[in-house]
Design a protein around this ligand. Structure first.
Ligand code: PLP
Length: 381
């Protein structure tokens, strides 16, 4: 086979670029904030964003945070989680860090090969008298097995906290994703499909949990004279909230564009031996937050790391989400549940996965060229 001569991109193509509202609209918002002289502590923008997100995510209760990690930590606190929590090694480190800072021992459970999410058939064997909760992650926006997880949690009286950092706007059979479990956490970091530069939220059915979260994120201050719990400072400020409001207005267009680019990638890369692309799941409304592929070294002829390094030569910066697994961290690797033998699917996927650039302002020609580069592994050498 002839190897096409392909020139590198003349500017770097990153894994993502943030959604950016029109600067003129940002100025207008900032002018309003400046004249209000309220920069944080639940001002007008904060109230507006909370109202709009509650409607958009179709959830009963919501509480905004300065970032998703602080939100997840607070979720553990308001649920008084302790002892052991069953979670996935195939996630961003923040999922585990939220447990760590609550003195909770993670128990790693293997994942499913098609969704990369917690494998519900392997959860029950990991439950002990110390288990207080399950913390699954909707990895790459693919919904977890929410019904099965609910059944297990109910049978064993466990709480469920979803790390829904990737799943903003996702729906399962018409049900918006923030309605599953006791609490769901969304991240509004600039790299996420919807963002407020930094930011995040918790969603809950239970109003009491929302009230507690609102207290926890503001030092536990109920009023000037009553401090009702040891809280922290994890409030979202007015500028963050304003950016969130503006981004929410342009989100649908961004998701539509990402879906188009995702299909472009899938049509081309799905035909290459040794490359596996994910498919849309029937009944799921996806948000196209990432474009992960799996690279089988033997069938493709080059390893994932070979592809990752090869793409760099063309000025394409893919990312190994999620490698290394969280069970490989120094402070977790000696846990019995970190044993690679029990995490064989996660271990395999962590070696094969690569996320390719995907964002609304990425051009179709750029996607086509990335596919041209990947078409023949020899191009990457
Ligand atoms: C981004 C992310 C977080 C952390 O959210 P921040 O808002 O950056 O603190 C947590 N979990 C997962 C899976 C994430 O991707």
């Amino acid at each position: 086979m002839n190897i096409k001569k392909i020139k590198p991109f003349n500017k770097p193509i990153y894994i993502t670029r943030p959604l950016l509202p029109k600067l003129g609209n940002v100025y207008k918002k900032i002018r309003i904030i400046w004249s209000s002289k309220q920069l944080t502590n639940f001002g007008y923008q904060h109230k507006e964003l909370e109202k709009k997100l509650k409607k958009f995510l179709k959830v009963k209760n919501i509480s905004l945070f300065c970032n998703g990690t602080a939100a997840l930590e607070s979720a553990c606190r308001v649920l008084k989680l302790s002892g052991e929590v069953i979670t996935t090694p195939f996630t961003f480190p923040a999922t585990l860090h939220a447990l760590y800072w609550n003195d909770i021992k993670p128990v790693f459970c293997d994942i499913e090969k098609d969704t990369f999410n917690l494998d519900p058939s392997k959860i029950e064997a990991l439950i002990t008298s110390k288990t207080t909760a399950i913390m699954p992650v909707h990895v790459f926006g693919n919904p977890c097995a929410v019904k099965k997880i609910k059944r297990i949690a109910n049978a064993h009286k466990l709480k469920v906290v979803y790390d829904a950092a990737h799943a903003f706007g996702v729906k399962v059979n018409g049900i918006p994703i923030g309605n599953f479990g006791d609490i769901s956490m969304f991240s509004f970091h600039a790299t996420k499909v919807f963002h407020s530069i930094e930011g995040g939220c918790l969603t809950f059915k239970n109003k009491d949990l929302k009230n507690k979260s609102d207290l926890v994120k503001n030092f536990g201050i109920k009023n000037e004279e009553e401090i009702v719990m040891p809280g922290t400072n994890a409030k979202m400020n007015e500028i963050q909230a304003a950016i969130g409001i503006l981004n929410l207005e342009i989100l649908e267009g961004e998701i539509k564009r990402r879906r188009f680019l995702t299909n472009l990638y899938r049509n081309r890369l799905g035909k290459i031996p040794g490359i596996t692309v994910m498919k849309d799941i029937p009944g799921v409304r996806h948000n196209y937050c990432y474009f992960p592929i799996l690279i089988n070294k033997n069938k493709y002829g080059l390893s994932r790391d070979g592809v990752y390094n090869g793409l760099k030569k063309f000025n394409v910066f893919a990312r190994k989400y999620f490698y290394p697994l969280c069970s490989h961290f120094n402070w977790y690797k000696s846990l019995p549940s970190s044993n690679p033998k029990n995490l064989s699917v996660a271990e395999k996927i962590a070696k094969e996965v690569l996320c390719l650039p995907l964002f609304g302002s990425l051009k179709s020609e750029e996607v086509e060229k990335i596919c041209d580069i990947l078409e023949n592994p020899k191009t990457l050498l």
